[in-house]
Design a protein around this ligand. Structure first.
Ligand SMILES: Cc1cc2nc3c(=O)[nH]c(=O)nc-3n(C[C@H](O)[C@H](O)[C@H](O)COP(=O)(O)O)c2cc1C
Length: 381
């Protein structure tokens, strides 16, 4: 396949993995890149610059293909700018193919030098945004692509709640840089749709959890297969950071606290934070207890039917997309040829037809007549 997304990163298929705290680690990242898509290494997993550098090098031991690093700059993460800058420095020094940036735009970090530093190092930059105005800002400040993140996505969709269907189209008609669709976009149908909507490919994360290469307890995979698209909830509006997560006991408790009348945002935040903190990660992912903490998956869980190795999953998506695009092509029938004006012409009357026949015969006989004339002229000589 060839789109502006595959050209940008030098990958085989216009498919990439989104950042996943705890889960987007070297093994999964490399498996995705090896399968011809763009793997993702999530920086927030690595407390120091050297830890991130070692993780990048670990990916390189497993694959020589391009991959990207995710850096999410949300105020709620309470990470210092200096820490972010250390990660960016490492990514530039290691010459990683791409970066998926979420939250604060890169031109607002430090004294705005990072876009140039990363570009000079050959790193292509994508900003994950939920609004066209943020996409425009990314384009104007020099990003190479935007990821149109619809409200269907797991993680932290923007609270404007626009769907990936509308965002992809609106961004494609507004921006010149490539648009990548995310939020419920984990099938061949979604890839075909993105291409038809003006997008250049898809990104997903939730679907990758149900692959053997993703290091989670099997309970997690089976539970995501069992759950449907209407079993995630949006939470966090009362604490200033919207999220989407699997509906479980923790989420019921969070929504109850948020709905209580009165109380300041800060007070609610103090009660909600311990429930959704990343400290529950090991209990959820490694022990397979899905009733603790926030499990930030998207509506696309309704589209997961079985555990599949990454390579098979990517191949299935590609083949399905080709099938759907061909089907769409067949549905668009050639425009019917316009019938000639019905007005009866004199030529079409019986007399007219007779005249036409004679005229035709005349022209047809012309060469013979000319031959006969030449012959008689010769005889006379
Ligand atoms: C378990 C999990 C953890 C995630 N962690 C992050 C993260 O650390 N940073 C980030 O930018 N996005 C994160 N996301 C969001 C994804 O990168 C992506 O935007 C989203 O999941 C795509 O939509 P999907 O849910 O339909 O796959 C996470 C998603 C999941 C499922």
């Amino acid at each position: 396949m060839k789109t502006r997304m595959t050209e940008l990163f030098g990958i085989q298929y216009p498919i990439m993995c989104g950042g996943m705290f705890t889960l987007a680690v070297p093994k999964l990242c490399a498996a995705i890149s090896e399968a011809g898509a763009l793997g993702n290494l999530t920086a927030a997993m690595y407390p120091t610059a050297d830890d991130l550098r070692n993780a990048i090098r670990e990916v390189r031991k497993l694959t020589s293909k391009p991959f990207c690093v995710n850096v999410t700059m949300l105020p709620a993460m309470r990470i210092s700018d200096e820490h972010y800058e250390n990660w960016f420095r490492v990514v530039a020094e290691e010459g990683v193919a791409g970066m998926e940036i979420g939250g604060k735009p890169l031109d607002k970090l430090g004294n705005g030098q990072w876009i140039k530093i990363l570009h000079d190092a050959g790193v292509k930059l994508m900003h994950k945004v939920g609004a066209v105005k943020h996409g425009k800002h990314a384009e104007e400040s020099g990003y190479d692509a935007v990821i149109a993140a619809g409200v269907e996505e797991g993680g932290h969709p923007l609270n404007e709640n626009v769907t990936s269907m509308v965002l992809t189209q609106k961004m494609a008609e507004t921006l010149n840089i490539p648009v990548i669709s995310t939020g419920g976009c984990c099938t061949g149908r979604a890839l075909a749709a993105s291409l038809c909507l003006g997008g250049e490919g898809i990104m997903f994360a939730s679907r990758f959890i149900c692959t053997p290469e993703c290091d989670v307890h099997d309970n997690v995979r089976q539970e995501l297969i069992r759950r449907q698209e209407n079993e995630t909830v949006l939470y966090g509006n009362a604490i200033g950071l919207q999220g989407r997560a699997l509906l479980n006991d923790t989420m019921r408790e969070v929504l109850k606290i948020e709905a209580e009348p009165g109380g300041t945002m800060e007070e609610k935040l103090m009660r909600v934070l311990p429930l959704i903190a990343g400290t529950h990660g090991p209990t959820i992912w490694r022990e397979g207890n899905l009733n603790i903490g926030s499990i930030n998956v998207g509506q696309s869980i309704g589209l997961i039917h079985k555990v599949m190795p990454v390579r098979e999953l990517i191949q299935e998506i590609v083949q399905e997309a080709e099938k759907q695009v061909a089907k769409a092509g067949r549905a668009i029938l050639p425009a019917p040829v316009k019938a000639a004006a019905k007005k009866p012409s004199p030529k079409k009357t019986r007399a007219g037809a007779g005249r036409k026949r004679k005229a035709k015969a005349k022209t047809k006989n012309k060469p013979k007549a000319r031959k006969a004339k030449t012959a008689s002229r010769r005889k006379r000589k």
